[in-house]
Write a protein that binds this ligand. Structure first.
Ligand code: C2O
Ligand code: CU
Ligand code: CU
Length: 457
């Protein structure tokens, strides 16, 4: 059997529907996971999942660091669900572990205090073997934390701050179908339609100014290589864990599922009525990814203004960890994915083990600084690796791209390991004791067993 895996080619829309933005809500709210209807340009009314009656996705939760959060999740689905607060350092019983899932018809009160840097985090379901399905059908939302360090920079805000949740979807018979074949479990499920904030092929009007564009790749498996259609560079100011120490100008940027990037895009030199697309360029991503260039969203320049914002040369102070600070090193073999003997099931493993909710894979001392190495040297698939409960730094990458990328300084909770790569990260386990997950954020890989548990004592 050919194990290569096939790309799912993107079908571009006409970019005639205005971009939508999730409503913004504070630290006290109710999220109701439910079936919703959305009017999708070119497809009519389709049914999907959302956290409010408004449609797909959920509200953007916006709080200041130090705030207490009180969110009631009501489960109006006909199966279990829960919420994981991706990137937040919170107690393990609030983190959306699959053992804390809520049955259909039930509810749960998420109660925690957010004590961490400003950044764009996000939330999504994490019930065992249901994460991929529920996210793909529309359950996800942004969780934005502000702090005084970030406020003091006076970054573009209001209508000059644009959050974008980029996701690929399938649409068939009025709904978003989810039933990956064995081959789609191998590659991860990809859709042919790119949605931004729940809108297929949208456009956004902008002025001749610098905008802060904050992007989540909320796709199950698809990786994007972000670029502007006119070839202009853009500036990266932040990533998963908040602001970088200093801005970096780049021409393109690879963003894997679960990763966030915080960009400044400068529209100030463009003429009125011109158009610019955010696109995904081709890249080297194994057999199933990066083979095609396609458009994500159109920006229309509609208004001439004078903009005095300059990107600060220094953004944030980052306490840089070095290899010598770590006391423990662990190796994770992520290069094995295989079909069983009868050829009818895929397995994705970490250190040759499939997820077992009754097994603790790694025991960690509270306060320890550790180095974890993800080894995809002989792997054929990209694996975006994620740890719950911590933020880490990326130390090195050998093989494959053989370098750190421009979004890999500062703090992160995701790191992309392309085929051939070995990536080393350094993690301070200094938040909470308890049991947390680590896994591949290709959600089909995750649901297929590419997940483990660590316990901090
Ligand atoms: Cu977005 Cu277990 O993660
Ligand atoms: Cu997470
Ligand atoms: Cu994977």
């Amino acid at each position: 059997m050919n194990m290569a895996g096939q790309p799912v080619l993107v079908t571009e829309g006409n970019f005639t529907t205005p971009l939508a933005f999730p409503t913004i809500t504070g630290a006290n709210t109710t999220l109701t996971a439910q079936n919703v209807s959305s009017n999708i340009n070119g497809f009519g009314i389709i049914s999907s999942l959302g956290y409010s009656a408004n449609g797909m996705l959920g509200p953007t939760i916006k709080i200041n660091s130090g705030s207490s959060v009180n969110i009631n999740l009501v489960n109006h689905l006909n199966e279990k669900t829960n919420i994981h607060w991706h990137g937040l350092k919170i107690p393990s019983n609030m983190d959306g572990h699959p053992e804390n899932s809520i049955d259909a018809g039930g509810s749960f009160n998420y109660n925690f205090t957010v004590n961490q840097r400003a950044g764009m985090y996000w939330y999504h379901p994490h019930a065992e073997m249901l994460t991929g399905k529920q996210v793909f059908k529309g359950l996800a939302g942004l969780f934005i934390v502000n702090d005084t360090e970030e406020n003091s920079l006076n970054l573009p805000s209001g209508n000059r701050e644009i959050p974008l949740v980029i996701q690929d979807k399938r649409i068939s018979l009025g709904s978003i179908p989810y039933s990956p074949t064995m081959m789609e479990v191998m590659t991860g499920l990809m859709g042919q339609y790119i949605f931004v904030n729940g809108v297929y092929a949208p456009y956004q009007n902008v002025e001749t100014a610098k905008y802060r564009v904050r992007i989540l790749n909320g796709s199950n498996a698809r990786i994007y290589n972000l670029a502007l259609s006119n070839g202009s560079p853009f500036t990266i100011i932040g990533n998963d864990g908040g602001l970088l120490a200093s801005p970096h100008s780049v021409n393109n940027l690879i963003v894997a599922p679960g990763e966030r990037v915080d960009l400044i895009i400068d529209f100030s030199t463009l003429s009125i009525n011109s158009e610019l697309y955010l696109i995904s360029k081709t890249f080297n991503g194994g057999d199933a990814q990066g083979t095609q260039e396609f458009k994500l969203i159109k920006f229309k320049i509609t208004n001439q203004v004078t903009d005095n914002f300059n990107i600060p040369a220094s953004l944030s102070s980052i306490n840089q960890l070095t290899e010598g600070m770590a006391t423990i090193s662990r190796n994770f073999d992520i290069q094995n994915s295989s079909m069983n003997m009868s050829g009818n099931a895929m397995t994705h493993t970490i250190n040759n083990k499939s997820f077992d909710i009754n097994r603790i894979d790694e025991l960690i001392n509270n306060g320890a600084i550790e180095i974890w190495t993800f080894d995809n040297t002989n792997g054929k698939e990209p694996h975006p690796m994620h740890l719950h409960g911590v933020q880490f730094q990326v130390l090195s990458r050998t093989g494959g791209r053989a370098a750190l990328m421009s979004n890999e300084s500062g703090w992160k909770d995701m790191v992309l390991c392309m085929p051939g790569e070995k990536v080393k990260i350094i993690i301070p386990f200094n938040s909470y004791s308890g049991k947390f997950l680590f896994h591949c954020h290709n959600l089909e890989h995750e649901d297929n067993g590419m997940m483990g548990q660590y316990k901090v004592n």
